[in-house]
Design a binder for this molecule. Structure first.
Ligand SMILES: [Zn+2]
Length: 391
């Protein structure tokens, strides 16, 4: 299990002067290729799922696979919601297992971006989850991701960035300094002076979206100026598509599996090239040593109820009400197998992080349910929070 706190991971990179790759995944092939690249390069990596891609895959199913992959690998990873559109998206992503979320309100006026971002930060920090904001606008030029980011590039203004970071409390900031979503057209012009000013003013990890097409020298100059997370997708998608096109013309007539055969290899090669170039190669051990492991907490209550209580209705209401509180991954209700058990019922409420112990206890929906429904009925009860330990 090498899921680690993304805040620690990015701060480690910021101090160390290198950048962590955030590769967007849109299928199991991408997921497997990212994990294999991270392990082969002994590098930390961010498994990134973009809300703008949710029409290509089922987010909930993809998260189950992504979390399983994060549990199984020894390489340090974080799971990040990329370009989350709303507070609801962020709550859902955390419930499904993301331990980093991006809120993208960058197309809104400044004050509205600040308000929306702060609401997500308040919620996510109460769940122990770090937040990436975006200020300025990284538009799209060409390729599938371009359509998802229409309009003109708006550069990040350093003075606004200071106000935005102070006002929202974001842990890292996506900046617009001349990169574009999708493919570049012509030679990209990056504003390194602007980036340097932003980095000096903020002193927090910076994020670049739209890394495809930049030169090695440009990446190095970005990283020297505080960029510690680089979002990368289009080049991977293009590499996979190129292999599929080769399969179409060269393969014996075959089905789906013949067409996608080998598509992980060129993606993996490109990822390992980036990891090496961005300085995160061979950093896995130091990242593991320097980052908090991402461990959930099980909030366990065992209890008895007076004869005649409608247990089924109470449990169903609890699963619905408590299961919607931010930071709650799952609410399990149970009944003792043995008739004569000392306690006949249980709740097992899984929190994504120990921070949720406090925010759950103080959440108005929990207080209402506990005070009006549960506690009056279940006077005889025991409650313990357990840190979940795993290999
Ligand atoms: Zn992006």
């Amino acid at each position: 299990m090498a899921l680690v706190n993304m805040r620690d991971m990015l701060n480690h990179a910021y101090r160390g002067g290198y950048a962590v790759a955030a590769f967007d995944l849109v299928s199991l092939d991408f997921l497997e290729a990212i994990i294999k690249a991270a392990e082969a390069s002994r590098a930390p990596v961010i498994l990134s799922l973009a809300e703008s891609h949710f029409e290509y895959f089922d987010f909930e199913l993809a998260m189950a696979a992504t979390e399983a992959a994060a549990m199984r690998t020894w390489a340090p990873v974080a799971i990040h919601l990329d370009h989350g559109a709303s507070l609801e998206s962020a709550v859902k992503a955390i419930r499904l297992g993301c331990n980093g979320v991006m809120v993208d309100a960058s197309t809104r006026p400044f004050e509205e971006n600040l308000e929306r971002t702060r609401a997500v930060v308040d919620m996510a920090h109460a769940c122990g989850v770090p937040v990436e904001g975006e200020l300025g606008y990284v538009a799209g030029v060409e390729g599938e991701d371009a359509e998802r980011h229409p309009g003109e590039v708006i550069y990040t203004a350093p003075e606004e960035a200071t106000r935005y970071v102070r006002g929202t409390g974001v842990d890292c900031l996506a900046v617009s300094v001349g990169t574009v979503h999708g493919r570049m057209r012509g030679e990209p012009q990056l504003d390194f002076d602007r980036l340097e000013q932003i980095n000096r003013a903020l002193g927090i990890p910076l994020v670049v979206h739209g890394g495809t097409g930049l030169s090695d020298a440009q990446f190095r100059r970005l990283i020297e100026r505080g960029v510690t997370k680089i979002n990368y997708y289009t080049a991977l998608s293009d590499a996979a598509a190129e292999r599929i096109r080769e399969n179409v013309v060269s393969a014996e007539p075959g089905g789906y599996t013949a067409l996608v055969r080998g598509m992980q290899e060129p993606m993996r090669a490109e990822m390992q090239r980036c990891i090496r170039l961005w300085g995160s190669e061979n950093r896995a051990e130091e990242v593991l040593a320097g980052c908090e492991p991402w461990q959930p907490v099980d909030h366990v209550i065992i209890y008895n109820l007076p004869e005649g209580t409608d247990t089924t209705a109470m449990m169903a209401e609890g699963r619905r009400v408590l299961g919607a509180i931010p930071g709650v991954r799952e609410v399990v209700t149970g009944k003792a197998v043995a008739e004569g058990a000392a306690y006949r019922y249980c709740w097992n409420v899984r929190f994504c992080h120990p921070a949720v112990i406090d925010s759950y206890r103080d959440h108005p929906d929990h207080i209402r349910f506990a005070d009006t429904v549960f506690r009056p009925a279940a006077a005889d009860r025991l409650s313990i929070d357990f840190r979940v330990l795993r290999d």
